[in-house]
Design a protein around this ligand. Structure first.
Ligand SMILES: [Zn+2]
Length: 296
């Protein structure tokens, strides 16, 4: 895959790598099975609501990595040198994040709506979020209360090593999936799903799967729109990569690695479901093609 040559924009980036040092006592996290966009807000719901946490402690320290601070402008400077996007993971993910927001901004504008960008947080080991404290083990995730995408870039290596998902487009798919959750927050889908889950706890996992598959579908929609608009050039081999990644992080695959597959506990969907959802969006190329959630 190839991005356009617009410069990298770090104004939404909060670089908290190596800065937090929370280290221990991690409150949030589903272990290895939570990989790729753990639905943290479910945990928040279980733990008694996101409000208390955000009221109780300062969640992200302004100044240590927010826009305009030394750190993120350093990233921008480095990422805007020749070859940096291919060379450095942080530059690649930031560029992908930029292009994803650009596409959704244009798409929302076309239907007369305003798109508010999420923020992007790089962290290592552990991070305080509007959804509680999270460790790297949960994989990349989106936190609805603070509207931020959290990524420990070490996950990208893990994706390749442990799950066999190769290549840059696989990584872009991950970022697009997380921003897909942001769309669900903007459109009110996330709130509706949370309500439905509270109303009927026995549907918690199936509803979570619906939400996750829709985020996969949105990642597919983004791919086609971005390709059509020239933000990114995607080839056949790239598509295989993204599909490989979508399958690699299917609940059944992850559980099979852990030794036991139990569909009752799935929160993201099977490999086949995730692949199919991505393709639905890729071919449909509209948000509407991803359907509405919750559905029966
Ligand atoms: Zn997710």
């Amino acid at each position: 895959m190839q991005f356009d040559d617009e410069s990298v924009d770090a104004s939404e980036l909060e670089d908290q790598r190596g800065g937090g040092g929370l280290g221990r006592g991690l409150a949030v996290g589903g272990g290895g099975a939570g990989i790729l966009g753990v639905v943290i807000y479910l945990l928040v719901a279980v733990l008694g609501g996101g409000g208390s946490d955000s009221a109780g402690s300062p969640l992200s320290q302004p100044g240590s990595g927010t826009s305009g601070s030394g750190t993120s402008s350093d990233v921008a400077r480095r990422c805007n040198t020749a070859g940096a996007i291919d060379q450095y993971d942080d530059c690649f993910v930031l560029k992908a994040f930029n292009e994803i927001n650009e596409v959704w901004g244009a798409q929302f504008a076309r239907s007369g709506q305003t798109y508010t960008k999420p923020r992007l947080v790089y962290f290592s080991q552990a991070v305080r979020t509007g959804c509680g404290t999270a460790s790297s083990q949960v994989g990349p995730f989106y936190c609805p209360p603070d509207r931020k995408v959290y990524i420990d870039l070490g996950f990208l290596d893990q994706l390749q090593r442990n799950y066999g998902a190769q290549g840059r487009y696989a990584q872009a798919y991950i970022v697009a999936h997380e921003v897909g959750h942001h769309l669900q927050t903007l459109t009110g889908t996330e709130a509706r799903v949370r309500q439905a889950q509270q109303a009927d706890p026995s549907r918690e996992n199936p509803l979570s799967v619906q939400l996750e598959l829709q985020a996969d579908c949105y990642a597919g929609v983004w791919s086609t729109l971005a390709n059509n608009a020239g933000n990114v050039t995607i080839g056949e081999a790239d598509l295989d990569e993204a599909l490989g990644a979508a399958q690699a992080v299917g609940d059944d695959r992850i559980q099979a690695q852990a030794g036991q597959v139990n569909p009752e506990t799935w929160t993201h969907g099977s490999a086949q479901q995730r692949k199919d959802s991505f393709l639905t969006g890729y071919r449909g190329a509209t948000l509407a093609s991803c359907g509405t959630v919750p559905h029966a």
